[in-house]
Write a protein that binds this ligand. Structure first.
Ligand code: IVH
Length: 671
């Protein structure tokens, strides 16, 4: 019991004072439960200063201490429905009422953030404090004043008002922060709660201000001169009227069965919220009943937390391996002793890149914290340093590709390392899988296993080979029965008729996605036209930026790409875009000459724009020319010829209009 007490006290310090918990909450809860069970069995061995009686940690030296007028208590936890029902029965007994009559509970979300107490005197925010040890917290007034949703002034407020609630970091803000961290080569933050805690305890309030923290109010502290409130639900409504954010998901219910329904709902929907929760909090609604029930040293008897299954657990890091993606990107990932977390068993987790492994300092053999929140891919948060065996060596990033053995390359301006061998089997495998996937050519049945077998058997080595597969040979392979082969073949056959945009997406060109693919397919109408277009022509298309244009042009300039195009052609793959008639043929039979340079068009893209609308773009002006578009530094001969022949000369803006309507703008026409 002494050992447990010391261990728990250590974790309390790490969590409350250093904002650096070393074990996930569930495991902390397990330690506390174990100690409490032992203390119940052996009350004679229980101590005054046991952490089972205390709330949280001690205030730190960074911020001034604040004594809470009303102590900030902790909550008792329950982990299943039986425990919630048992609590409700205790309440009924304590109040001497029948449970069936309905006790009246307020169900709230248990926000996974940091408890905050705010004090308003005559409507003015005078103090904000953390919970600290429950009696004395830390003065963080300057920091909480930077939180947008927290009012500084309350009209019609009582003389003294203490509002308690939870400061939290919305998931979207957390993710944005982590993207910025990673882009700067810095360590990712572990989770929104720790990040919120760290943000709140900054010495410089400007940093707190930059973090986009938010707040939900859920409890009153000291109140002098307020309205007579009979229930907790009325107190929450009042807080809302005063201008505090009060969580809209709260429910006032009659019986414990309704409470169970609430917890079930949120077990299912926790990730529909824009912020993280770690459970529900159930509170007896009647304030008279709350007073009758009272509190223990640590927590009120009238409230109970219901904890949702954890999204962080510890497990052993067996090894760190590196996988090669379709662009050649080498990503380190953790091989873990299987652990059930966030609703599924996790045995692999990304480590992002070399820099992240270094800043996290995780080493094979470590006990690590694994996090899996909802659909988000599992992540290794960090090592449990207290459990590291001495002499455990650091992990180093491999110098060569683990699949093809070629040296890995780390471009200067990138956070990632790449295998640049285009023939690397790992890259080819990923590329082919991607090509066949639903987001590209959607080849039914062509999944990871089939692709790797086909590569192994030498049936395919790139995406172009898919259209010349020797099906007789496939039939001779074991585990490829008649129906399997027929289905696969039908899948490949169907993919030959996919739109050009799907084929373009399937090429897996860097930075280039479906919307760019649609734009290119619609504009150029044929793969050959795209493959031979220059950067300017590609960049001139609406919705295609310079980076994408460069990437596409670079791609098609390789010999490999040209070979692929020929394989597609030979394999009978559709190379044509949506029919050109989809673009209205407003310029049918009209010749438009362009001279000088335009801002929004290159020479080629202007020509394409005219031709795709049925028009002609001759190199010289004649009487039959419909219009001459004059850009900056036009050719003198074209201008004088146009003057001579009475051909209208128009600027770029009018050109854009003509492309729309096919007609000259009225002012040009009459001139
Ligand atoms: S009520 C006397 N309501 O959970 C009752 N707490 O594990 C005090 N928490 O310290 C707390 N959401 O930081 C309450 N709706 C909610 C809550 C909530 C999150 C936190 C709070 C508390 C901790 C206890």
């Amino acid at each position: 019991m002494d050992a447990l007490r010391a261990e728990i006290a250590g974790h309390n310090r790490a969590y409350h004072e250093d904002d650096a918990p070393q074990i996930p909450d569930v495991e902390y809860d397990e330690l506390v439960r174990e100690l409490r069970a032992l203390e119940e069995q052996h009350p004679e061995l229980s101590t005054e200063d046991s952490p089972t009686h205390a709330v949280g940690g001690a205030p730190s030296a960074t911020f001034a201490p604040v004594e809470h007028a009303v102590p900030m208590m902790s909550l008792d936890n329950s982990f299943d429905h039986d425990e919630l029902r048992a609590w409700s029965s205790r309440i009924a007994r304590g109040l001497e009422v029948s449970e069936e009559a309905g006790i009246g509970y307020v169900c709230e979300l248990k926000i996974d953030g940091i408890a905050l107490s705010m004090r308003y005197e005559n409507g003015v925010l005078v103090q904000g404090a953390t919970r600290g040890n429950g009696r004395v917290g830390e003065d963080i007034t300057a920091n909480i004043k930077t939180i947008e949703v927290i009012p500084h002034l309350i009209p019609n407020a009582p003389a003294v008002l203490e509002v308690r609630g939870e400061v939290y970091l919305p998931v979207a803000s957390f993710n944005a922060l982590n993207e910025a961290q990673e882009a700067a080569g810095l360590a990712r933050y572990a989770n929104p709660r720790n990040t919120a805690a760290g943000s709140l305890r900054q010495k410089d309030p400007a940093i707190t201000a930059s973090r986009n923290l938010a707040f939900w109010a859920y409890q009153l502290g000291q109140v002098e001169g307020g309205p007579d409130l009979a229930t907790h639900s009325a107190a929450l409504d009042w807080l809302g009227e005063l201008g505090f954010p009060v969580n809209p998901e709260r429910r006032l219910v009659a019986t414990i069965s309704d409470v169970l329904g609430f917890t079930e709902h949120w077990q299912e929907h926790r990730h529909d919220l824009a912020y993280e929760i770690d459970g529900a909090v159930v509170k007896v609604d009647s304030l008279t009943a709350q007073r009758r029930l009272g509190s223990t040293a640590r927590a009120p008897r009238w409230a109970m937390a219901f904890k949702l299954p954890p999204e962080e657990r510890t497990t052993k890091l067996l090894a760190i391996e590196v996988s090669i993606g379709r662009t050649g990107k080498a990503t380190p990932f953790a091989v873990l002793e299987p652990v059930f977390v966030g609703g599924s068993t996790v045995q692999m987790a990304t480590l992002h890149n070399d820099a992240q492994v270094k800043v996290k300092d995780v080493r094979p053999g470590d006990t690590v914290i694994v996090r899996k929140a909802g659909d988000v891919i599992p992540e290794v948060v960090g090592p449990v340093l207290a459990e590291r065996l001495s002499g455990l060596p650091e992990w180093t990033f491999p110098t060569d590709c683990p699949t093809c053995g070629e040296p890995l390359v780390a471009p200067e301006d990138e956070a990632h390392t790449f295998c640049v061998n285009p023939f690397c089997p790992a890259r080819q495998q990923m590329q082919i899988e991607y090509f066949a996937s639903r987001s590209a050519m959607d080849i039914e049945g062509m999944g990871e296993r089939v692709v790797s077998r086909f590569i192994e058997e030498g049936l395919i080595s790139d995406i172009g080979d898919i259209f010349s597969i020797d099906w007789e040979r496939v039939r001779s392979l074991d585990r490829f029965g008649e129906t399997t082969v027929d289905n696969l073949r039908a899948g490949v056959e169907a993919s030959r008729r996919r739109p050009l945009s799907s084929l373009l997406v399937g090429l897996g060109i860097r930075h280039f996605g479906p919307s760019g693919a649609e734009a290119l397919a619609a504009h150029f109408g044929h793969l050959d036209a795209i493959a031979s277009a220059d950067v300017e022509a590609i960049a001139s298309i609406d919705g295609v930026g310079p980076v994408i244009a460069q990437s596409v042009a670079d791609y098609f300039s390789t010999e490999q790409a040209q070979t692929l195009v020929e394989k597609f052609r030979a394999g009978g793959v559709n190379l044509e875009g949506p029919e050109r008639s989809e673009v209205p043929q407003v310029l049918a039979g009209k010749a438009i000459v362009v001279t000088g340079s335009l801002e929004g068009f290159s020479r080629d893209s202007a020509a394409d724009a005219i031709k795709s609308r049925g028009g002609k773009n001759p190199g010289s002006v004649s009487k039959k020319t419909f219009a001459v578009v004059v850009g900056s530094e036009p050719g003198a001969s074209k201008v004088s010829k146009a003057e001579e022949a009475g051909v209208p000369m128009i600027d770029e803006a009018s050109f854009v209009q003509i492309l729309e309507t096919g007609e000259l703008p009225p002012e040009v026409d009459s001139a």
